[in-house]
Ligand binder design. Structure first.
Ligand SMILES: Cc1cc2nc3c(=O)[nH]c(=O)nc-3n(C[C@H](O)[C@H](O)[C@H](O)COP(=O)(O)O)c2cc1C
Length: 392
């Protein structure tokens, strides 16, 4: 006898597929508990159901036609596996070392701002899930929970994502504060300086009848006043972008801190070489999950040129569109040292809190272990370039 939850899902699927469904307006099958998920994509519909339209739109949106958002997914289909047989695959270990620290797997949680939009406790359940699964968490500049509180829940300081600020003294204050909290690695996000058009978000926002100002405040500066990392900071007129940002700022930041310093949001060989020349300890190939500009190129397609330009001098990391263990595998085989998910763990958070985040991480790690074994790799070091090919 299958468990009741499966029977329920089967029944809902049957209902959704039946001709009567459109007449009766039946819901498509949506998981009611994390254990019901068959893969992490099952969390998407559950999150959509759990969130008000504006917050769902903020989570789901890309920019303009969402073409880059789709390209991030589609890019993985152009990478195929070249499995090796008759390799001893008993055992299997996904442990990953980077900058002197070790995690259970090469899958980390990307920085995402404003997580109270998805769960009343914001980043706290994510930190608890990351601690339980031994997963790297990166905290956003726009976090709703302070780095000190996250570090306590996590059992070690998270990495920190820095947005350039329109005032240098604020940038300096944030860097000093996260360094004092023990943060080992800081990533400067550079892909949203030009502004962006999040059209999908706009479409959902107008469907939300709740007054935004009730939570967000009437003034643009309220954005900072409600953020714990900005408590005590003079936020009038402050912006989390600086159109004048250039490589000189990067050198200045590099000199300011002893933390490892990454640049997040690069897509080209040229910028990778400049990042190295200007002191970066690593780069994250990213297009902000298709939320920065409509480049039309998935991050997995950008990865080979970045890895070639880095030439082993610095680690290359990647995010964007990872929804399967096989995607993690493909990115590693093409030269990424670690990869990050954004939306999938937020779906888990929005739908089921800590338990949802845990399940998303565990499912992706289990899939990664499976595909490693299927390809004849029992450690991350054995996930090598020859195990994948690129379609023309
Ligand atoms: C709702 C949302 C908020 C985000 N906020 C930030 C942020 O504050 N800082 C940042 O560097 N990236 C931010 N990102 C981008 C993520 O760090 C990451 O690059 C992206 O989500 C990866 O793509 P994926 O969602 O397809 O996994 C955000 C992404 C989402 C979906």
């Amino acid at each position: 006898m299958p468990p009741a939850s499966l029977l329920r899902r089967d029944f809902l699927r049957y209902l959704a597929a039946s001709p009567a469904a459109s007449l009766a307006g039946a819901d498509p099958a949506v998981i009611a508990r994390p254990e019901e998920a068959i893969n992490v994509l099952d969390f998407e519909a559950a999150a959509r159901k759990a969130l008000p339209p504006a917050h769902w739109g903020y989570l789901a949106t890309g920019v303009e036609d969402d073409a880059t958002l789709r390209a991030n997914r589609e890019g993985f289909a152009r990478v195929y596996l070249r499995p090796r047989r008759l390799v001893d695959i008993s055992g299997g270990d996904s442990r990953t070392e980077l900058f002197g620290a070790v995690w259970h797997s090469p899958l980390g949680l990307a920085p995402v701002g404003n997580q109270k939009a998805f769960h009343a406790e914001g980043e706290a359940p994510v930190a608890r899930a990351a601690a339980k699964t031994d997963t790297l968490q990166v905290l956003s500049t726009a976090t709703n929970t302070s780095i000190e509180d996250v570090a306590k829940l996590l059992g070690r300081p998270p990495w920190y994502q820095l947005y350039p600020s329109s005032r240098w003294e604020v940038t300096e204050y944030l860097v000093r504060r996260v360094e004092a909290a023990g943060c080992p690695v800081m990533a400067l996000t550079v892909d949203t300086q030009a502004g962006r058009r999040t059209e999908t978000f706009e479409r959902f926002r107008v469907q939300d009848e709740r007054p935004c100002a009730a939570c967000h405040g009437p003034e643009p500066g309220d954005f900072f006043r409600r953020k714990p990392m900005f408590s005590g900071v003079q936020t009038a007129g402050l912006r989390t972008s600086n159109p004048a940002l250039n490589w000189e700022h990067v050198r200045r930041l590099r000199k300011l801190t002893g933390m490892k310093f990454l640049i997040k949001g690069l897509e080209t060989a040229e910028d990778t070489r400049l990042a190295i020349d200007n002191g970066a300890d690593g780069v994250i190939v990213s297009n902000h999950g298709g939320r920065a500009g409509e480049s039309g190129r998935g991050t997995i397609e950008c990865l080979p040129e970045v890895v070639e330009a880095a030439a082993g001098r610095i680690p290359v990391l990647l995010d964007g569109g990872i929804r399967r263990g096989a995607d993690v595998f493909k990115a590693l085989a093409l030269g990424a040292r670690m990869v990050f998910i954004g939306r999938p763990y937020l779906w888990g958070l929005a739908a089921f809190g800590q338990a949802g985040v845990e399940r998303v991480i565990e499912m992706l790690n289990a899939e990664l272990h499976l595909v490693m074994r299927q390809c004849g790799a029992v450690s991350i070091r054995q996930v090598t370039r020859d195990l994948v090919g690129l379609r023309g």
